[in-house]
Design a protein around this ligand. Structure first.
Ligand code: B1N
Length: 830
């Protein structure tokens, strides 16, 4: 067994009362200036805005550190089980407002700053948005970290400290342009570098057999050709009311030898840096594709790098307080956030067997008891699989281990369930059909004791489709854990107006227990309350209108219906369907100017993966359509279309509270869950959605009369596809759709390049894989039902209030409590 680290300090009890910083305004004001002076070296008179941001952050951080140290001591003393949440992405956004809110310090800090004529809101906006993720999966990991700290699940988040997060998006001549993101430019006051927590990570090289003790099998020894260092950077994550603080530990890659002195001395100054460039490349940049396997060697290096570092860290911490690794599964539960860290299954086996000398069978039992795996997508093009030759070259020992696991699983399947032929091929960790590949989903599945989907529908589809055979083999392994969102960030912080109104109306209990928000239900029929609820929405819409005016110089009327679709751009999410509806509406408004049209603002935002051409065309189309409609005097103020560039967490915080309609219109069966859908509804938007992902459960909770459901169901989509559906006959029977498509493909919106959208439109005629033509009429009719409801504000607002009142189940606190109870078997406080 590994010896305890001699450098590790003996755990001393931390005396919280002695060092706890004061929460009163005088003390805060004084300390902020002290930070300015002695940590930043500026007098208040000379300090710039960024200096104030840093001083406030350091002051708030001190208060978190008190709780952090207490939490660590309490954990060490209890010896209880901890969770390690392994995720390639944490889409955190800004942290300052979240930290101040969770410490209940908002009024005091604002007050303290006011003494120096500094505005807290302005300061908060200067913080860079930490975009270490692509979209829903990464944001879920961030909500989960906050909820774990709020409900009291002790744990670590483990991920990668990318130097460059998700790219910045600009729109030039209607098209997406990607620019590098640089969140660390001004330094990062939230993180603590932990040099003492660093580990060597190997790549390549050879495996040799070493003759073992008599009677024991030979040991396998991996001698990597390359080694890099993983260095930990820790960020404290504080939960609601400061109750708990967990750690987000992100790994940064460094060369063991920063400079090759031999090369340098012989005059090869560039060559001297080759090693360190190669090492640092591993954590340089986030892959910007969320629905397409990247497939490059660098991605596999990233995955192994952070998996191995995290496992070595978990083992080292375990051995600090335990005799051996035989009880690892009693002390730690490792959640694999999708298959990106799935190589961990093989790496933990290697560490247990090769490095720590454990017997294979015991190691396998411990491995399976320790891991659990969340699947986030069934899209075939997003499922990870690696060519054997690449995997073998980069990770030769892990490849051997995967073969050994595979052989054992197949043997068991044949012996216990009589599997043969097709079903063996279906469960195999090796795909033999596409040039031999390692299937990471199968590896994560067999290496885990629990496997979960992220909504009820998605979990059912997992059992029926990609994991059908594995589900037959291990029928108790798959379970559902529907996603959630943290109400602190997505209600309290994003929507202070609504939060105050709720406090005045039902008291403050919902802040600690979001299920109490249901008490507001009985005010849905109270005209006075409805008016105040509507007034808050109006203010939030005015705030968004200001952003639109500042960034795009387009003026929109806050009294119009705000119809919003914000998310990654993808064919299955069907922004195209929404745009076609806008074009059809535009036609109708122009041809029937006397009709009493509902004034609408259609808002789009979202990024396309740089290599995803169709998605980029959809962005271009949205911008082209917006330009033409917004400048046509014939539509007056009845229809506006805006595409807001550079969608990110901070922009989402402004958008979510400002929506009347939330568009959740994916082809049924394709969106695993969705979480934007939850943020909108919690803030009182009415959803127009398909029966897809978590929309299904939202309908059940909110009531089907308070949500607009349309379109084909998942099984109907599957059936149409089997029947060889194509859009042509549908389109030819629907003049509204046909004319809109004709306008798009004939260049009405792209006069400079009339054929620009021929491909996009042609796909609908020839194939319509995403059922856009198939669902168009149903979508159109549903939008007109929404128009009709808008004409009755009392009724609209009643339904909006019921949405807010009935969404509490979609809190990530609920999700985390379910994970803790059913998968991790850790306690919670509440
Ligand atoms: O995960 C979210 C879900 O709410 C969404 O429905 C789902 O689309 C999203 C490869 C992904 N699935 N798969 C990814 C991200 C990055 C990457 O490199 C795939 N993201 C989702 C949370 O459950």
């Amino acid at each position: 067994a590994q010896r305890p680290d001699p450098d590790a300090a003996a755990p001393l009890p931390h005396d919280a009362s002695a060092s706890r910083r004061s929460y009163d305004v005088d003390a805060l004001a004084e300390e902020i200036v002290e930070k300015l002076t002695y940590s930043i070296g500026k007098s208040p008179a000379r300090a710039r805005k960024y200096d104030w941001l840093r001083a406030v952050t350091l002051t708030v951080r001190d208060r978190i550190i008190d709780h952090w140290l207490e939490a660590e001591d309490a954990r060490a003393a209890s010896g209880g089980k901890q969770v390690a949440y392994l995720s390639m992405e944490f889409l955190i956004g800004r942290l300052l407002r979240d930290a101040i809110n969770n410490l209940n310090l908002t009024t005091q800090v604002a007050e303290a700053l006011k003494r120096y004529n500094v505005d807290l809101d302005m300061i908060e906006l200067l913080e860079p948005d930490a975009a270490l993720g692509n979209g829903g999966l990464g944001r879920l990991a961030a909500c989960f970290m906050e909820s774990m700290a709020s409900v009291g699940v002790p744990g670590f988040g483990y991920g990668i400290r990318y130097v460059h997060g998700f790219f910045r998006q600009e729109i030039a001549d209607g098209a997406q342009v990607e620019l590098p993101e640089n969140w660390l430019l001004h330094g990062n006051p939230w993180e603590f570098e932990r040099r003492e927590r660093s580990y060597e990570i190997g790549f390549g090289g050879k495996v040799t057999s070493v003759v073992g003790e008599p009677g024991k099998p030979p040991r396998q020894l991996w001698r990597p050709a390359e080694r890099v260092l993983a260095v930990a950077y820790d960020t404290p994550i504080v939960g609601w009311r400061g109750a708990h603080v967990n750690t987000l530990r992100l790994w940064s890659a460094q060369a063991l030898d920063p400079i090759l002195l031999d090369a340098f001395n012989s005059g090869d100054h560039i060559g001297a840096l080759v090693e360190s460039n190669k090492a640092e490349a591993i954590t340089r940049v986030l892959y910007p594709a969320d629905s397409h396997q990247a497939g490059q060697e660098l991605r596999l290096r990233q995955e192994f790098f952070f998996s191995s570092a995290s496992l070595q860290d978990i083992i080292r911490r375990h051995l600090e307080t335990n005799e051996s690794l035989s009880n690892l599964h009693d002390k730690v539960s490792i959640q694999l956030n999708d298959t990106h860290p799935a190589v961990s299954v093989a790496e933990l086996m290697r560490l247990l067997v090769d490095v720590h000398g454990m017997e294979w069978d015991e190691a396998w039992e411990i491995t399976r008891q320790t891991f659990s795996y969340t699947n986030h997508t069934l899209l075939p093009e997003a499922l990870e699989h690696w060519p054997i030759h690449l995997f073998e070259r980069l990770l030769p020992r892990q490849m051997q281990i995967i073969y050994a696991i595979n052989a054992a699983v197949i043997r068991q399947a044949m012996e216990s369930k009589g599997f043969d032929g097709g079903r063996i091929a279906a469960i195999s960790l090796i795909d033999e059909n596409n040039g031999r590949r390692v299937r990471m989903g199968q590896l994560a599945f067999v290496g885990s004791h629990a496997v979960n989907g992220v909504s009820a529908l998605h979990t059912d589809l997992m059992k029926e489709t990609v994991f059908h055979a594995l589900h037959e083999l291990y029928p108790d392994r798959i379970q559902n854990k529907t996603n959630g969102v943290t109400p602190r960030r997505w209600l309290m912080e994003a929507n202070p107006g609504l939060t105050s109104l709720l406090k005045e109306t039902i008291g403050e209990g919902f802040l600690d227990d979001i299920s109490k928000i249901r008490d507001v239900e009985r005010f849905a029929t109270d005209a006075g309350f409805r008016d105040r609820f509507a007034a808050v929405k109006r203010e939030n819409k005015a705030r968004l209108a200001d952003v639109i005016s500042e960034r795009l110089a387009i003026s929109v009327d806050p009294d119009a219906l705000f119809d919003i679709q914000v998310k990654r751009i993808h064919e299955y999410k069907r922004q195209f369907l929404n745009i076609i509806e806008a074009v059809a509406l535009y036609d109708q408004i122009r041809s029937q100017p006397a009709t009493n049209w509902t004034p609408r603002v259609k808002v789009f935002a979202g990024k396309a993966a740089p290599s995803y051409l169709q998605a980029k065309e959809i962005i271009h189309l949205a911008n082209d359509v917006a330009r033409v409609i917004n400048s046509d005097p014939a539509v007056r103020d009845l229809l506006k279309v805006v595409f807001i560039p550079n969608y990110n967490v901070s922009l989402a915080e402004i958008i979510m509270p400002a929506a009347d309609i939330s568009e959740q219109i994916s082809t049924a069966g394709l969106e695993a869950s969705g979480t934007g859908n939850m943020k909108f509804a919690l803030n009182g938007a009415l959803t127009i959605g398909t029966l897809d992902g978590a929309n299904v459960e939202m309908r059940d909770h909110i009531g089907e009369e308070n949500i607009f459901i349309f379109g084909l169901t998942a099984s109907e989509v599957a059936q149409r596809r089997r029947e060889g559906h194509s859009g042509r006959s549908v389109i030819e029977g629907l003049p509204l759709l046909r004319d809109a498509l004709h306008a798009i493909s004939s260049g009405v919106f792209s006069p400079d390049e009339p054929n620009r959208y021929n491909g996009l439109v042609g796909n609908l005629y020839n194939n319509d894989w995403w059922m856009i033509a198939a669902d168009f009429q149903s979508y159109w009719d549903t939008q007109r039902r929404a128009d009709a409801l808008w004409a009755d504000p009392a009724e609209w607002n009643r339904k909006a209030i019921l949405n807010t009142a009935r969404m509490s189940w979609f809190s990530s606190d609920r999700s985390i409590r379910e994970y803790a109870a059913d998968i991790w078997r850790t306690g919670t406080d509440a």
